[in-house]
Design a protein around this ligand. Sequence first.
Ligand SMILES: C[S@@+](CC[C@H](N)C(=O)[O-])C[C@H]1O[C@@H](n2cnc3c(N)ncnc32)[C@H](O)[C@@H]1O
Length: 179
Amino acid sequence: MTTMHHADVHLITSWARQCDGIVLDAGCGPGHWTGHLTAAGVDACGIDRVSTFVHHAREVHPGTPFKVGDIDAMPYPNAAFGGVLAWYSLIHHDPNDIARPLAEITRVLRPGGSLLVGFFLGEAIEEFDHAVVRAFRWPSEALRGRLVNAGFEILETHTRTGSLASSPKPHAAIIARRL
Ligand SMILES: C[S@@+](CC[C@H](N)C(=O)[O-])C[C@H]1O[C@@H](n2cnc3c(N)ncnc32)[C@H](O)[C@@H]1O
């Protein structure tokens, strides 16, 4: 079972409950946040490009819809969602290509919809090995700038130290509103 930090549980749950419309967990992995949100009474669904994660998510959370798909080209109509959770799922994108998933998230969010992005904090945009897959740390201000360029208004930035022995890296989260 994936460990959920109590601060993340509080942030994600309270954010999702304020979203007006369905919440998409973009890059949901095995679906633990999507399942958690459904159990908390939020109308949520998940998408991930790794089919084994999606099959696992469907088995463990049978009441929650999941799709196999790419954040860069999502199989949803425009303005389909009131919220998009991108929890450590944009960390694998090359920073030079981050505009693509951000444009796609903007497209599927209704105007006024909310985005919550979780990521590893760094003093510069820098690459590191994350569970054998390439990932990038971001300074908050750099990611905020990309979000503004993609048509978002920044509402909140949260940071916390990595208190888990398995994950000592500092964490950050940004809540942004689609204009
Ligand atoms: C570090 S995991 C985070 C999973 C989950 N959001 C969580 O917080 O535990 C990153 C996830 O993003 C997914 N992902 C990365 N890039 C993606 C893309 N372009 N399209 C869909 N899923 C993607 C990966 O397959 C993986 O499941």
